[in-house]
Design a protein around this ligand. Sequence first.
Ligand code: ATP
Ligand code: MG
Length: 487
Amino acid sequence: MRVELQHISKTFGRVRANQDISLTFEGGRIYAILGENGAGKSTLMKIMSGYQSADSGAILVNDQPVTLSAPTSAIAHGIGMLYQDPLDFPPFTVLENFIAGRPGGLFPDSENARRTLLTLAERFGFALDPDAYVDMLTIGERQQLEILRLLSLNVQMLVLDEPTTGISAEQKSALFSVLKSLARDEGMAIILVSHKLEDVIELCDHAFVLRRGRLVGEKTIPCPISDLVALMFGKVIERQERPAAVCGAPVLSVQDLRMVSHRLTVEHVSLEVCAAEVIGLAGLDGSGQAEFMRACTGLYPPEHGVIHLHGRDMTRTPYHAFKQAGVAFLPAGRMEEGLIKGMTLSQHFALTLPSRAPWVNWMRARRMTGERIQHFNVKGRPGSPIQTLSGGNQQRFALSLLPQRLRLLLLEHPTRGLDVESANYIWEQLLTRRADGTAIVFISAELDEIVAYSDRILVFFGGRVTLVEDPAEMSANRLGELIGGRL
Ligand SMILES: Nc1ncnc2c1ncn2[C@@H]1O[C@H](COP(=O)(O)OP(=O)(O)OP(=O)(O)O)[C@@H](O)[C@H]1O
Ligand SMILES: [Mg+2]
């Protein structure tokens, strides 16, 4: 398999997302596409996978020029892509999604498909129930399903746009070993778009770096991480130190919570969170952290236990009561729960404005949008529909929508999909809120992020929680053992 991109350019209005990019990918190798948020990585990958067409340039597959007018035609040429936000159909089952897009005519052979699905899933170490509904799966599991679907369609090139966000360390190492064997043993070309440079060093042979739509460099791996960062940003970037916290009065108090989800019951969760404290929630995907966080916002009624905010009993009160009490929540599924497809940035702000008047204050919404997108360095305009922003810019925008004065801020994967510089920036903002007394509870799959920013860590495993009082004494590796149940 050999795919050559020649002089690819693509503009969206005034944005030059790709400018004259030429690259070659060979079978048997694993490539990384790197670059800051909005650099043009997803655009280039979508062009190569038939999701979008280039304004100019050519694509050659095994030296033959091809026209990739749709994802299905790219798949027919052996190129499959795992999209940054899952493209599956949540109301259908895993098996139905797996069958979608297969040539099967009027009567799809679902028994055969079930066998293929189970065989592939076993090979990857993915535990997918063919009859589960996709809307019950985690983002990580939905990505697994999509990877299996593409492999079953015999793609020879697999493009993965940020596949490791939201999957557990074990799923990730299973995925990486399979990707390595697909490249080494089966001669597939694998392309990884990622902001996690540790992953890139572990997995890839070669990196291409984009900046503002142009190819600005490439590097053979292994190489020091700092070389990649320097190519991406033109400078060296380090994580800032977390200032010591002086915790204030208790903000949130949770006693003996029991949460039942379709996969497990988590019991005896008690926690007190003080003003100006940061609590990191660690655990494998689906260990109850998400339910816990939703219980603390009124979005999920716990089976048992009580929740107090500033001493007030909030058990079984709805989300808007929590909002009025100064609580905000940023969910992980940014395009499903957080943002509204089709709406512009200003329209999102208009929704956050207090609505006492019978009309919408568009002037104010537009002004606020302008200010906030500048402040949060969002690449987009007030009139841009949200889905036209790059993944990292959507995330930054979602963060910019949060009310400014808060007592408790709950965040699911706050820096997911952000480049190193933006992730640092977001934490700078969060630590400023903390200095003003906001209590912060966050979930992250990045164990070093949890260790670096938490004052205390709540570890979820096997239906129970353990509190780590002093993260300074804890390494990310040790935390990895804890979330895997090794005490
Ligand atoms: N459909 C679209 N309409 C308008 N602008 C778009 C569209 N898709 C992408 N863009 C713009 O093109 C630029 C490149 O976006 P792209 O999604 O390729 O970035 P990226 O490198 O993948 O970033 P990230 O790391 O944040 O995912 C951005 O400025 C983005 O807003
Ligand atoms: Mg992207």
